[in-house]
Design a protein around this ligand. Structure first.
Ligand SMILES: Nc1nc2c(c(=O)[nH]1)N[C@H]1C(S)=C(S)[C@@H](COP(=O)(O)O)O[C@H]1N2
Ligand SMILES: [Mo]
Length: 259
């Protein structure tokens, strides 16, 4: 029979020494990790300046993912923007900036370009869009510059547009990008907001075709966002998992700009 070796209990001092040793070990490992992690981040390439204000790519990627996750947590497509009776809609609709509207446009030749993520491209006429069910909204349009106005818009809901043109697969991506035909004004939208039931591709303002200065022949009306995201004169629509470029985010405005 072998004699069982009885383990002698550690003294208090021994326990303290051992814990101190362990603590230093863990602390050392964490510190080394932090230093290498920081060096790795610091040596990582910068993001494309145009997307948002100049951050290391891995950090921006983490920030963007966190933002999407938080937005999804807080966001509900059931939360509708307040609407008003038509009689309250402004007759003299305010006009803000006109970037991307300065070049001449041949309304008869205009086609909406939709770029699918598989590379396929759709060219859609305004007649095709007007043939879809019409949705109208009267809501308080808000510009970050400090004005708001109750306005009446009509068009096809983005959801109906997606369904009709069989773009459901694209909606699994994180973002939608929209640009003017001359590419001078452009916005990026998170998919949830684009698919919000009140988001419209509008071709009517106060029951008449959208005037040139308000974005003829087709503009975006996205009531869950500030005015800047409501792109006038849409030329193209893209879908992606990376943030599309955004005119005002490039100079430091919040990318999301939700209300
Ligand atoms: N193409 C284009 N769309 C645009 C803008 C612009 O300068 N160019 N300005 C935005 C801003 S800041 C606002 S407040 C609204 C104003 O739309 P409105 O001119 O029809 O009032 O359009 C948005 N869409
Ligand atoms: Mo604005």
């Amino acid at each position: 029979m072998t004699k069982k070796k009885v383990k002698k209990p550690l003294t208090i001092e021994q326990k303290i020494t051992r814990r101190t040793f362990l603590s230093f070990g863990v602390f050392g490992a964490l510190a080394t990790g932090a230093v290498f992690g920081y060096k790795w981040l610091y040596n990582s390439p910068m993001e494309v300046k145009s997307i948002t204000g100049g951050e290391r790519i891995p950090l921006r990627r983490a920030l963007n993912k966190t933002e999407l996750a938080v937005r999804r947590l807080l966001y509900s497509e059931k939360h509708l923007v307040k609407t008003y009776p038509k009689s309250m809609a402004a007759k003299n609709v305010r006009e803000n900036s006109d970037i991307g509207l300065e070049s001449r446009i041949d309304l008869a030749a205009w086609k909406l370009e939709v770029c699918k993520s598989n590379g396929e491209q759709l060219l859609i006429t305004i007649e095709q869009i007007k043939a879809l069910p019409k949705t109208e909204i009267v809501f308080d349009f808000k510009c970050v510059e400090g004005w708001d106005q109750i306005q009446h818009w009509g068009g096809v809901s983005f959801n109906d547009f997606i369904k009709h043109f069989k773009l459901d697969a694209e909606t699994r991506l994180d973002y939608v990008g929209m640009e003017t035909p001359d590419k001078l004004y452009y916005v990026g939208l998170d998919m949830d907001s684009a698919l919000h039931p009140q988001t419209l591709l509008a071709y009517e303002m106060n029951d008449k075709p959208v005037p040139l200065n308000h974005g003829a022949p087709l503009r975006l009306i996205i009531p869950v966002k500030y005015g800047v995201k409501n792109l006038k004169r849409i030329g193209s629509i893209t879908f992606s998992n990376t943030r599309p470029r955004d005119y005002w985010a490039e100079v430091g405005y919040d990318y999301y700009l939700g209300l």
